[in-house]
Design a protein around this ligand. Structure first.
Ligand code: HEC
Ligand code: HEC
Ligand code: HEC
Length: 428
């Protein structure tokens, strides 16, 4: 008995030591912060584009804080993780990091001191970055103004806060390696894939995750819940009745508005207006080529005309006097702005029959938009949809149920009133 116990303990010891050795990463020596003038201006300029495409400032800037100085909370189901200061301050930022240390952080999720980083930093996507792009990003970050800002303590509970355990997560879910082009596809498609899967990590929001927070690789872009919104599927499962095509994707990603599909609101707004805005038109085209292929919209092009006809018919329900109380509410509150002439959807007043918010399996996005409106910085820049936060939960639920019933053939959403209350409680 005693011998078995000793054997087991020894085995456990070996496992712990072996895991420790496996998880261990060396620190990379500190350097004196490189002089900003040591970087070529065109390298810095390329880095700026990439930093936009990777939304570095969206995650690394606290509300009202200095750009890139960190402190922005990322709420995960395990607790809050705070982004760090990535300005070149040598003490509190990354000023003493060599390019090798920076590259290892972005592509392997390991900090300069050897500690494993949480995948809140999307290193599982940045691992695809080319060496040249990492150099450009490094040049851009190292030429930003240095800001003194200490890191905030994470809210991750013990034992999940043990960084060495992240080595286990990586073993299970992380596939390191540069982007590999698909030779059967065009260079433009591959450029789109490189951006989407790498620096712009579209899947970080649009791909569902497993219980341990890793993206399900076999469900790429299948749609997912994120920050109390739904990032719709970017596959053939996209529920918009008007199929996405090249032009619609370009318009949406370039301007935040598209003719048939509405606007980029919620977490998609900064993607378009703070991030992709930095990319040249050719890159937006490339993203559209890639997603147009993935969602097979071209194969469903014939669905457009009937979808437009149905949308027109639905719009006409709200012209003239109404007897049904739900129709009356919709006509009074929404129809004045959301009515479009036959066959002429106006991109600045999204047609609700065509909008994914009304067609998704989950009413979250519709409720978000009604309760909180669409701000001037979201959707079409400078254009606002008012918030209907004074409406009762019952009235918002009634509007959602009415739109679902009159604008789609899809099953009614269950528990709408509860859902409205929960989203209202979350705040904006
Ligand atoms: C989705 C949010 C998000 C995005 C986008 C993001 N980061 Fe981060 N990043 C984080 C978080 C959170 C951490 C801290 C992780 C931790 O504590 O384990 C971090 C850590 C880092 C670190 C390690 C710093 C340190 O002190 O350990 C570097 C370097 C970094 N990010 C650079 C970048 C760059 C460059 C970009 C843009 C290309 C970027 N990040 C985009 C969230 C993000
Ligand atoms: C931070 C999370 C996040 C990231 C990153 C993100 N998206 Fe989104 N996306 C969303 C959300 C949330 C919506 C729903 C917005 C709405 O309904 O107004 C959305 C909507 C969309 C839509 C409209 C879908 C529809 O049917 O209405 C497209 C197209 C899209 N995203 C493409 C992309 C592409 C391409 C990328 C990468 C370049 C990307 N997204 C990155 C969260 C994200
Ligand atoms: C004063 C005009 C106005 C009224 C009233 C109005 N809307 Fe809007 N709505 C807009 C505009 C404008 C946009 C596009 C906003 C943008 O581009 O920033 C919009 C966008 C939307 C979207 C699309 C969001 C997306 O992600 O594509 C939905 C859904 C929506 N409205 C639903 C409603 C409902 C339901 C009502 C009634 C409760 C309503 N609206 C009332 C003007 C209005």
């Amino acid at each position: 008995m005693k011998r078995i116990l000793i054997g087991l303990l020894a085995f456990a010891g070996v496992v712990v030591v072996a895991f420790g050795a496996f998880a261990w990463r060396p620190a990379i020596g500190k350097i004196a912060p490189p002089a900003p003038t040591s970087f070529a201006p065109d390298l810095v300029a390329r880095g700026e584009v990439l930093a936009g495409a990777g939304y570095c400032s969206t995650c690394h800037t606290a509300k009202g804080g200095q750009p890139f100085a960190g402190g922005y909370p990322m709420k995960t189901s395990f607790g809050a993780i705070y982004s760090t200061n990535i300005t070149p301050d040598p003490k509190t930022g990354i000023g003493s990091w060599s390019e090798a240390a920076f590259s290892r952080a972005l592509r392997e999720g390991v900090a300069r001191n050897g500690a494993h980083l949480f995948p809140a930093l999307p290193y599982d996507h940045f691992t695809k970055l080319s060496d040249a792009d990492v150099s450009a990003l490094y040049a851009y970050m190292m030429t930003r103004p240095a800001v003194v800002a200490e890191k905030k303590r994470n809210g991750i509970p013990f034992p999940l806060n043990i960084r060495a355990l992240q080595a286990g997560w990586k073993l299970l879910f992380f596939k390191p390696g540069r982007f590999e082009p698909d030779k059967t596809k065009s260079p433009e498609w591959n450029r789109g894939a490189y951006l989407a899967e790498g620096i712009s990590h579209c899947g970080a929001c649009h791909t569902p995750r497993n219980g341990l927070g890793a993206e399900k690789r076999d469900k790429a872009f299948a749609g997912a819940a994120i920050d109390h919104w739904i990032a719709p599927p970017l596959t053939a499962a996209n529920p918009s009745p008007a199929p996405w095509d090249q032009a619609e994707l370009v318009a949406y990603l370039r301007t935040g508005v598209s003719r048939y599909h509405g606007v980029a609101a919620g977490p998609m707004a900064p993607v378009v207006h703070d991030g992709l805005v930095k990319l040249p038109d050719s890159d937006i085209q490339a993203l559209a080529v890639y997603f147009n292929d993935r969602d097979g919209g071209a194969g469903r092009a014939s669905a457009l005309a009937p979808a437009l006809q149905k949308a027109d018919a639905a719009d006409r329900l709200n012209v003239g006097p109404q007897s049904d109380p739900s129709a009356r509410l919709y006509t009074a509150a929404c129809a004045s702005c959301h009515y479009n002439g036959p066959g002429q959807p106006n991109p600045l007043r999204p047609d609700l029959a065509l909008n994914s918010a009304v067609n998704l399996d989950d009413p979250t996005n519709l409720i978000q938009v009604v309760l909180h409106g669409v701000g001037a910085k979201e959707g079409a820049p400078g254009v606002v949809m008012p918030a209907f936060n004074r409406f009762s939960d019952a009235d918002v639920a009634r509007l959602a149920a009415y739109l679902r019933a009159t604008r789609t053939d899809k099953p009614a959403w269950p528990d709408l009133e509860k859902k409205v209350a929960a989203i209202r409680a979350e705040g904006k």
